[in-house]
Design a protein around this ligand. Sequence first.
Ligand SMILES: C[S@@+](CC[C@H](N)C(=O)[O-])C[C@H]1O[C@@H](n2cnc3c(N)ncnc32)[C@H](O)[C@@H]1O
Length: 160
Amino acid sequence: MSKLHTPKTSGAEAPSSCWRWMTSFGSCSPGHSVVDCGAAPGAWSQVAVQRVNSAGTDPELPRGTVVGIDLLNIPPLDGAHFLPSHDVTDPATHAKLLDLLPNGHAHVILSDMAPNASGFREMDHEKLIMMCLSLIDLAEKILQPGGSLVCKYWDWEPRS
Ligand SMILES: C[S@@+](CC[C@H](N)C(=O)[O-])C[C@H]1O[C@@H](n2cnc3c(N)ncnc32)[C@H](O)[C@@H]1O
């Protein structure tokens, strides 16, 4: 793994602007493999499918792979393989990913995972940071050399 990108977003930031931030690194190209962690209901996967041409929309370009994972159900999407009712932090999910990805490798791991907000900002922030850190374990298994791990997390600062 060579890059760890961590965009910080405020609650008001639109998913599309966050996605633009992520793809500004040019990491998602036709033929690439993308793992979308916390994929439901599927907005980021939809953009990833277009970027990597995983639905084969452009027959002139190499066809990529998109695998989305979520604890929740995810509506089907042409060009994406979803693992609903799966926990990204579970080693059994990692094993399935190794089977689904070409050569067991991903060029990009995206994460928009978020815990259910409890209303206690410090606790929610810590849970989210733990989720992001758990992706390092996944990245060590599936990210190809030079690949990118991109995590979104909420910022939090203690009140003085
Ligand atoms: C902000 S939503 C994702 C929205 C998605 N990026 C989209 O574009 O439609 C956060 C998702 O993270 C999922 N999530 C939270 N913890 C998870 C875990 N341990 N494993 C898989 N998904 C998780 C939640 O179920 C929720 O659907």
